[in-house]
Design a protein around this ligand. Structure first.
Ligand SMILES: Cc1cc2nc3c(=O)[nH]c(=O)nc-3n(C[C@H](O)[C@H](O)[C@H](O)COP(=O)(O)O)c2cc1C
Length: 370
């Protein structure tokens, strides 16, 4: 595991090892999408000297959310909650970036100030569920209603919301921001031709479909400068009813354009993953992963999706990526970097407590040596 524990710089992030915590929605905020003491403890447990945590998908706007008790970064209370969390992580010598999220057509009105979801085109994400709450406060899976097609003014307003969220993340003390452009959320809805049927400047040609994502990266970079903004993509992703007629060309184009921004890193989900799960059958026509995109990107690459330590090390040794993000393993192994370094066994994750709940299945997984 030598390469996993070789220091590296990703933009302005200076890291002592390459075992990154992937963003993982756990639906455990306090009222109003505010990170509270429970979340502070969760992230504190997973912080390590010289490590990098990517905080979970965080709503940039009160008008777009898909999961009850997911956090936001649009109110003063939320910002203050994140600030406490960042301070706890920094106190352990770790860095942390915030994943900025607009779910677009994957939004539930009940979590979005009553507004219907919005999207580049009025196409529903079929067979895709958000998580609301019933009258007793129990979590309940809900299909997303048909979205409203965004007009030009509304698109510009959302880009402004990304900018304000980036400013709040900076004020909260984060080390950077990651644009969530994966898993079928708004930036990817613009990018792929399966979900974008527009014929104005935000749709049609590949350049037009990429415009929204690149304009958002531009405003994030205006706020943060170079080396602290990053983008997460799922080039073979089908989660959220996503598809594209030519993903290899689409993502190669995007990645080449991202070279203009001096990103901290590009974060790529491997084809073997669908959202939070392993893909069950390899039906996707043209899988695109870090290996294919590497030649077109000039910066650091984080690969994610289904990695165990041996495969992670091999990926780095082959040069297909520079860092590896772990999602599910980190949920049950708070000391994951140290466990990998020492070769200790892993605790199995508990899918039943992934989404929502209390400390059980969240902060009660002990470190190997506690
Ligand atoms: C409980 C859970 C929540 C997740 N939430 C997010 C999220 O907020 N943002 C995101 O980009 N990916 C999310 N993912 C996907 C993970 O970041 C990761 O890509 C996926 O789990 C595959 O990696 P793994 O095999 O190491 O778990 C989530 C996955 C799980 C299991």
């Amino acid at each position: 595991m030598k390469t996993l524990f070789t220091p590296i710089s990703a933009g302005k992030l200076r890291l002592q090892h390459r075992v990154v915590m992937a963003p993982t929605t756990r639906m455990r905020t306090e009222v109003g999408g505010v990170p509270g003491e429970l979340m502070v403890e969760y992230y504190r447990q997973r912080a390590s000297e010289g490590g990098l945590l990517i905080a979970e998908a965080t709503a940039i706007s009160p008008f777009a959310n898909a999961y009850a008790d997911a956090p936001g970064i649009f109110s003063d209370e939320q910002q203050a909650g994140w600030q406490r969390l960042v301070e706890a992580v920094h106190a352990k010598g770790s860095q942390i970036v915030l994943q900025l999220w607009h779910p677009g057509r994957q939004s539930l009105p009940e979590l979005s100030a009553g507004r219907p979801p919005v999207a580049p085109s009025a196409l529903v994400a079929r067979d895709t569920y958000g998580v609301g709450k019933d009258a007793q406060g129990n979590y309940e899976g809900r299909l997303f209603p048909e979205p409203r097609e965004l007009d030009e003014n509304a698109i510009v307003a959302i880009i402004d919301e990304f900018q304000r969220a980036a400013q709040r993340a900076l004020a909260a003390g984060f080390d950077g921001v990651e644009l969530h452009a994966a898993n079928g959320y708004l930036p990817e809805q613009f990018l792929l031709d399966g979900s974008n049927k527009r014929n104005d400047k935000w749709g049609g040609s590949l350049a037009n479909r990429a415009r929204f994502l690149l304009d958002v990266v531009a405003v994030l970079t205006d706020v943060w400068g170079s080396g602290r903004v990053s983008v997460r993509i799922s080039p073979s992703g089908i989660y959220g009813d996503m598809h594209d007629s030519d993903p290899a060309t689409t993502f190669r184009y995007l990645v080449e354009k991202l070279n203009d921004f001096s990103l901290a890193y590009l974060h790529i989900i491997e084809p073997r993953i669908v959202g939070p799960e392993d893909r069950e059958n390899g039906s996707y026509a043209e899988p695109v992963a870090s290996r294919e995109l590497r030649p077109f990107f000039s910066g650091m690459i984080i690969a994610a999706g289904g990695f165990k330590p041996e495969a992670a090390e091999a990926m780095l040794v082959n040069g297909d990526a520079d860092l590896i993000a772990f999602g599910r393993l980190f949920t049950a192994n708070p000391d994951l970097p140290e466990r990998i370094r020492q070769g200790h066994p892993f605790t199995a994750w508990d899918r039943d407590t992934f989404f929502g709940g209390d400390a059980r299945g969240y902060t009660d997984f002990p470190a190997w040596v506690s």
